[in-house]
Design a protein around this ligand. Structure first.
Ligand code: F6P
Length: 345
């Protein structure tokens, strides 16, 4: 059996663990072949594929990024894109496809599946916002990076008696903000799910000040919005949209820091963690999860169980319907957020 694998959307620590596991399982376990597709859906549209063997995946487990490259290409937005994918699958004798991605990449996979393409999905995103899986790989690395940054910001905030605003990733959901905020002992955590009241934030900081703490850490997800503005308004770097209709976010930390300083009089600085959260070596958890997902995806393909996504449920890897996973985003668990709030102010 000949399987192709592609990685789409933003890169994410653990992608190489998935690729390695798929190749090892298919070649050694099932006597199959694996083709690597370059740069997500773009490579399948352009016919940019090459054979992956045991040598090609040797030594990649601890590496960040993806050896295949990635892109935010949407074949449904390209002239003849879907037909080219089908033609190239025939041309390269690809029996089935493993698509590793988030809501956008797997959304394309689900649509292709409806059109008869044999595909299995693997959930990837540092944002942890895909439904039907407790965790996506990449998230654990992102929260560990963000937690370390928050730890480091504590000492400089304390030395200068400042408020530090830390902007973390999280386009639609605040999973990174909540978990890194809890792990790092943040004094306020702001997420896209709940519009920000600057008054409330300032009240919490003043309360903390009044109880003798003269520095604070505020964690804000890049996709959070202000309550007093049009609540659909996210802070963006520019208005251009990608092939999936997403704008480039960024800048909320700076705006919030200015507002806090103006209203409270506390000296405030901001830090944007940005792509540092996505780069570099994956944690052990993400390597193991990526490996488990890769093996499970190869096994599903061999069983002919298409239209599925591998998923983590509790501590078991299972499979779910791909279309259920991409139907709606998994927003922050409000019980968890309420718990984080116990430590605010
Ligand atoms: O979807 C993952 C993510 O890291 C988001 O948190 C972030 O908004 C986006 O990707 C950034 O995308 P890009 O790397 O294309 O700027």
């Amino acid at each position: 059996m000949r399987v192709a694998i592609l990685t789409g959307g933003g890169d994410c620590p653990g992608l190489n663990a998935v690729i390695r596991a798929v190749v090892r399982r298919m070649v050694q376990g099932h006597g199959g072949e694996v083709l690597g597709v370059s740069h997500g859906w773009a490579g399948l549209v352009d016919g940019d594929v090459e054979q992956l063997d045991l040598r090609s995946v040797s030594g990649i487990l601890p590496k960040g990024g993806t050896i295949l490259g990635t892109s935010r290409t949407n074949p449904f937005k390209m002239e003849g894109g879907v037909e080219k994918i089908k033609t190239n699958m025939e041309r390269f004798k690809i029996d089935a496809l493993i698509a590793v991605g988030g809501e956008d990449t797997l959304g394309v996979a689900a649509k292709l599946c409806d059109m008869g393409v044999k595909v299995v999905g693997v959930p990837k995103t540092i944002d942890n916002d895909l439904s039907c899986t407790d965790y996506t790989f990449g998230f654990d690395t992102a929260i560990n990076v963000a937690t370390e940054a928050i730890d480091r910001l504590h000492s400089t905030a304390e030395s200068h008696n400042r408020v530090m605003v830390v902007e973390v990733m999280g386009r639609h959901t605040g999973w990174i903000a909540v978990e890194a905020g809890m792990a790092g002992g943040a004094d306020v955590v702001l997420i896209p799910e709940i519009p920000i009241s600057v008054d409330e934030v300032c009240k919490l900081l003043v309360h903390r000040h009044d109880r003798g703490k003269d520095f604070s850490i505020v964690v804000v997800a890049e996709g959070a919005r202000f309550q007093d503005k049009d609540s659909s308004h996210m802070v963006v770097q520019d208005e251009k949209v990608d092939a999936f209709g997403h704008v480039r976010l960024g800048g909320i930390g700076a705006i919030l820091a200015r507002a806090i300083e103006e209203r409270t009089g506390y000296e405030t600085r901001y830090t944007v963690l940005g792509h540092i959260q996505r780069g570099g070596t994956p944690t052990a958890f993400d390597r193991v999860l990526g490996t488990r997902f890769g093996v499970a995806a190869a096994d599903l393909v061999v069983k002919g169980d298409f239209g599925k996504m591998v998923s983590l449920q509790g501590n078991k890897v299972r499979s779910v319907e791909l279309k259920d996973a991409v139907g709606e985003l998994k927003t922050v668990d409000m019980e968890l957020y309420e718990m984080a709030k116990i430590f605010f102010g």
